[in-house]
Design a protein around this ligand. Structure first.
Ligand SMILES: [Zn+2]
Length: 831
């Protein structure tokens, strides 16, 4: 007894002495940091080791899991005292922002959040995260007295491991510095994006991906004062750090600008001492709200991007164009330096950071006090889901007339508010983010920008809206749930209206359940109710094979919160009867989606994610390299994502596609895929190319070298919103009104189809209602196609000039794709 007790004591002592022995990353990993790429699980293991060895100063927290089941982790690092009071520090900070009620008991602690490796193949920063935490806990303890550092060692573990695994299996030993070597040229899709090939550094505001939505929960619990997003850029561009470039969004405060500069100058002292080159105030601007610098900035932080030379090309070492060998060791050293320098300057200014942070949340000066949104319940619900992710408050309108800026007409007007309309106001702590997301038009201090210049939520969600300069009172919101429909064994069938993605998910599920479903091409009235085009009809007669027809259907409808309208007879009061040729059977399509070389990995990923995670309908991915050997007759629909198809559509492939379409196939081409068909015989698609006047030619010749880049913006559309006309009698536009606000991502323009259906298009002299469009680009858009259908034999070519799936945030565009798949030219041809 006594003996075993002694053994236990001895064991405890030895364990605790091991536990106190903090190892450096190199000691722990068994190789010098930067001489190999560390796999994600090794990085997690190191952070676990640090949290054990320094348990008084480090707390590890899991905040989620990726699609490929890798852990998402945060490490909280501070002094022993702060770590004990972590919850109080967090609450004080939220009280300081007004997000939590009550007065903070103290606010002298700086909160710095360091996010690493959002782009998987910009892989030096995760290595740097290990050295950074080690240095903080060894040499830099003094800064932790008044600073809490929150470290996310890897925002995008799936992308990082895709890159690292590929590099490890490809690289030679010793590594080859020749730029042309395989190890410097990643194959499609590369390690940058996440599992579904989304760029997580464009997803903060839309949070379509599990990494983003999980992170936002943790982020909103803290609202740090500083947020750093670590990146890498081309191998010849040494290093970029804030201060950022214009345009800055107008809500960014003088303090935020000023402290960016202070941070940058602090980094510069270290870089100058070592003779490392860098640049600031160029290229990386602060406008689009979905970045790892802008999103935190609009939530009160100083948000920053740091870019090290390297990227997916650099590997362990590469010879750059200037004749220097850039190594992983260099890259992680620079990122460690800026990370530590950020903590240093924050610690020195901790009190000021707190007082200025509090000021940011005063929103009394904002022009619009409330945004009132009216529309389909599903669309309102879907917007509420987004607002919940950002913990932005909202309520329902109390009724009455609301005046202000009318989004539908782009001028002042009125709207009759009802108790179903949503009100989102700026008199809340996150009021500035509300402004950024909802305002009709973001002010542009410069038209040269890195990203899209328009994203206004009412347009993206297809809602009527008023921006009001007075505060609109609200009732508290409560999600209304749709009661379970009652099965009616005497009904001839059930009708479901067609307006939203929720309806589309219901359709996908009933088709997968083996039901036969019809849709109407014309409105009809029965039992006192009128059903618009696209309404779904599920008849008893069609579904004799389905056991428990009524109960099963009621279950599916309830799970999607749909109302089934039981109809006693197929004889309509007006409009087509159920057996009419205008009420067509949905032929459950087999869908193929092109992937691989030539396709944009983002666009492919958006569609993949759409079918798998949003619509819930099977899709088969086919690699472009296999298309010539693919038996296309197995599929009814082939989708060509946006891409750079170039030489892909050679004569043989072109013939193959034409034959397949003629036999009844439906080819859906999106954005860049249209280039393959434009001005080619048999496809009917023509580019809009207005003549350049002699005067313009003359003017262009005289533009100075230094002015060329800026002048060129007159040809560009950098993500701008346009109001298009819609033929909503065409099946592709069922569920839409006769106008649609489209997000144009570029200046490509095609003429209206001569022998096809122009489903959505721009008319004479189109004007951008939001965002930037250069004057020459605008001229080209006169009478141009947005969405169209061209028949070829028994099949169809569907052209989508604007990419409705772009980053998956333009909710109101998605039904065009669903309609194209299920309704357009829904023939029953056996292929
Ligand atoms: Zn990056």
């Amino acid at each position: 007894m006594y003996k075993s007790f002694a053994i236990v004591i001895a064991l405890l002592i030895s364990l605790s002495s091991v536990a106190q022995n903090l190892q450096s990353p190199s000691q722990f990993l068994g190789y010098d940091l930067g001489t190999k790429f560390s796999r994600h699980h090794q990085v997690i293991d190191y952070f676990k080791h640090v949290a054990e060895a320094k348990s008084q100063q480090v707390k590890l927290e899991s905040y989620g899991e990726t699609n490929e089941r890798r852990p998402l982790m945060l490490a909280y690092v501070s002094s022993e005292e702060n770590l004990k009071n972590l919850e109080t520090i967090r609450e004080n900070n939220l009280k300081n922002a007004g997000v939590l009620n009550g007065k903070p008991t103290a606010n002298t602690i700086a909160i710095v959040w360091l996010s690493y490796n959002v782009h998987g193949n910009e892989a030096s920063s995760t290595e740097a995260s290990m050295r950074t935490i080690y240095k903080l806990l060894t040499e830099k303890q003094a800064w932790l007295k008044n600073t809490v550092v929150i470290i996310d060692p890897c925002i995008n573990p799936d992308g990082r491991d895709r890159y690292v695994n590929w590099y490890n299996e490809t690289a030679s030993v010793p590594y080859d510095i020749d730029q042309q070597a395989s190890e410097h040229n990643e194959p499609w899709p590369g390690g940058r994006p996440n599992h579904y090939l989304f760029d997580l550094n464009r997803d903060w505001a839309w949070a379509t991906q599990v990494e983003s939505s999980s992170r936002l929960k943790a982020y909103n619990k803290w609202l740090p004062h500083i947020h750093v997003d670590f990146h890498e850029q081309g191998i010849n561009e040494p290093y970029y750090f804030a201060p950022a470039a214009e345009p800055f969004h107008e809500i960014i405060s003088d303090w935020q600008r000023d402290f960016q500069t202070q941070i940058g100058k602090n980094h510069a002292t270290y870089f100058d001492k070592e003779g490392w080159l860098y640049f600031t105030r160029e290229r990386f601007d602060l406008l689009y709200p979905s970045y790892g610098d802008t999103y935190p900035t609009y939530m009160g932080a100083i948000g920053m991007t740091y870019e090290q030379a390297g990227h997916g090309r650099a590997g362990l070492g590469i010879l750059n164009d200037e004749g220097d060998v850039l190594t992983l060791v260099d890259r992680l050293t620079h990122h460690t330096t800026t990370g530590l320098s950020t903590v240093e300057i924050s610690s020195k200014n901790a009190e000021k950071l707190n007082t200025e942070f509090a000021k940011f949340f005063n929103n009394s000066g904002l022009k619009y006090k409330s945004y009132v949104l009216k529309g389909d319940t599903d669309k309102i619900n879907s917007l509420m889901t987004l607002l919940d992710k950002h913990e932005i408050s909202y309520g329902y309108a109390q009724g009455g007339k609301v005046s202000g800026y009318n989004y539908a007409t782009s001028k002042d007007g009125q709207l009759n508010a009802s108790s179903n309309d949503l009100v989102v106001s700026t008199n809340q702590p996150k009021g500035k983010m509300v402004k950024v997301l909802f305002e009709p038009n973001a002010k542009l201090s410069d038209s040269l920008t890195y990203d899209i210049t328009a994203w206004s939520i009412p347009y993206a969600y297809g809602l009527d809206a008023i921006a009001s300069k007075t505060l609109i009172p609200t009732n508290t919101n409560k999600l209304k749930s749709i009661p379970r429909s009652i099965s009616n064994s005497g009904a001839a069938g059930y009708v479901v209206s067609w307006n939203s993605m929720k309806d589309a998910q219901f359709l996908a599920d009933v088709l997968k359940g083996g039901f036969k479903v019809r849709f109407t091409e014309k409105p009809f009235t029965t039992q006192g109710k009128t059903y618009e085009r696209g309404s779904l009809i599920i008849t008893r007669g069609d579904n004799k094979m389905v056991e428990d027809f009524d109960d099963k259907l009621v279950d599916i409808a309830f799970s999607h919160q749909r109302t089934l309208n039981a109809v006693s007879s197929g004889f309509s009061t007006s409009g087509p009867d159920f057996g009419s040729p205008d009420i067509k059977l949905v032929n459950p399509p087999k869908i193929a989606l092109l992937s691989g070389d030539y396709t944009s990995s983002y666009s492919y990923g958006e569609l993949w994610h759409f079918f798998e995670q949003q619509l819930g309908y099977p899709v088969t991915s086919i690699n472009t390299n296999n298309l010539s050997n693919t038996n296309l007759s197995k599929y009814n629909v082939l989708i060509m994502p946006n891409g750079y198809y170039g030489s892909f559509l050679n004569d043989a492939i072109s013939e193959k596609l034409k034959n397949w379409v003629s036999a009844g196939g439906k080819l859906i081409a999106i954005d860049g895929a249209l280039n393959s068909f434009a001005d080619k015989e048999g496809f009917g698609l023509k580019r809009n190319t207005p003549e350049e006047s002699t005067q313009d030619k003359e003017d262009n010749r005289r533009i100075k070298y230094a002015d060329r880049e800026r002048d060129y913006t007159k040809n560009l559309i950098t993500g701008a919103i346009f109001k298009s006309d819609v033929d909503n009698t065409h099946p592709m536009a069922f569920g839409y009104s006769d106008n649609y606000f489209t997000l144009k991502l570029g200046s490509s323009s095609y003429s209206l189809l001569d022998n096809g259906y122009n489903v959505a298009y721009l008319g004479d002299n189109p004007k951008n209602v939001s965002g930037y469009a250069g004057r020459d680009a605008l001229k080209k858009l006169d009478n141009s196609l947005i969405f169209g259908e061209q028949r070829l034999g028994s099949g169809s070519l569907i052209y989508m000039v604007d990419n409705i799936m772009f980053r998956s945030f333009w909710e109101n565009g998605k039904l065009f794709l669903v309609n194209s798949i299920f309704f357009v030219n829904n023939n029953l041809h056996e292929l």
